[in-house]
Design a protein around this ligand. Structure first.
Ligand SMILES: Cc1cc2nc3c(=O)[nH]c(=O)nc-3n(C[C@H](O)[C@H](O)[C@H](O)COP(=O)(O)OP(=O)(O)OC[C@H]3O[C@@H](n4cnc5c(N)ncnc54)[C@H](O)[C@@H]3O)c2cc1C
Length: 260
């Protein structure tokens, strides 16, 4: 069994978000982590490795620095890491990103592809389903439990107040929720091996069946019109009044704002 896991290196938003003057994220200036949903997807793949001896390949598209997230995945137990990086891929929206990742995956054998449901920076939840569309395979999103039965995968798909159990023939793509499991820690031996492990690096020339017109900023149908930090609320207004006057004061304010 062969499992491909897509992992994205994302900014650690706890450290604050920084933008370039053109509104894109200044990724170089921020600390980074493995996207949490992807880590759960990786853990699910590693459990298939523990149970069935599955081979786990992690794929990321990003700057050369994104190699770090592959080494982290390998220190957790992934067998191979592939970094897709090339200047012409920069500025990609979800369409161009999913075209790129699908183009890379076409080089690989796979029974199962696992992506996170959503990246905590782009936040669109589009890339996983788009990859499955490009590759012409079924997708089951929002997986909270994954089991294998012969050549089928059985998935609990989460809804707000219920779940559905879905079954699909492999090859198939699953998008994983962070709640799927508790990801394992890297082991000291794993960290040592991952530090020395060879990472495969692919550029545009390795992408199969992808037109230049679908890559990078030029191949991105969506554009960021404007990006900014959240406007912070002001300090507010402090008044000291007795209870009856406070009520009148608040009612007047609400009337001015047409709330009542
Ligand atoms: C015009 C435009 C320009 C942009 N320019 C930039 C830019 O210059 N720099 C920039 O960083 N972003 C840029 N973006 C944002 C970019 O679109 C998203 O980061 C990217 O397409 C992935 O979308 P998402 O983060 O919403 O992923 P989601 O769809 O939320 O991700 C779902 C899952 O897909 C997988 N996945 C997503 N992205 C990757 C990846 N790169 N590698 C491996 N797996 C992945 C992960 O498993 C992830 O959990 C730009 C967007 C637009 C519209």
């Amino acid at each position: 069994m062969k499992v491909v896991v897509c992992v994205k290196q994302v900014p650690d938003t706890k450290g604050g978000v920084k933008f370039n003057p053109d509104g894109t994220l200044d990724r170089g200036a921020m600390l980074t982590i493995m996207n949490p949903d992807d880590k759960a997807g990786l853990e699910a793949a590693l459990r298939l490795k523990d149970q069935y001896g599955a081979e786990v390949t992690v794929v990321t598209m990003g700057l050369p620095k994104a190699e770090e997230v592959l080494r982290e995945a390998m220190a957790m137990g992934a067998d191979k890491g592939i970094l897709v990086t090339d200047r012409v891929l920069g500025g990609a929206d979800t369409w161009a990103t999913s075209q790129t990742i699908a183009g890379a995956i076409r080089n690989l054998e796979y029974d199962l592809i696992i992506t996170g449901r959503q990246a905590i920076d782009g936040d669109t939840a589009q890339v996983g389903p788009q990859i499955s569309e490009h590759l012409g395979i079924p997708v089951i999103s929002y997986a909270q439990k994954i089991e294998i039965e012969d050549d089928h995968v059985i998935v609990e798909r989460q809804y707000d107040d219920r779940y559905h159990v879905l079954k699909a023939k492999m090859p198939c793509l699953i998008t994983a929720l962070a709640e799927l499991n508790e990801p394992r820690y890297m082991t000291p031996g794993g960290i040592f091996d991952a530090y020395n492990a060879e990472i495969t690096v692919w550029g545009r020339d390795k992408l199969v069946d992808v037109e230049d017109s679908n890559l990078g900023l030029k191949g991105s149908p969506t554009q960021i019109a404007k990006a900014s930090d959240k406007v912070r609320k002001g300090a507010g207004e402090k008044v000291t009044l007795d209870p009856a006057a406070s009520v009148d004061y608040i009612v007047d304010k609400l009337k001015v704002k047409h709330v009542i």
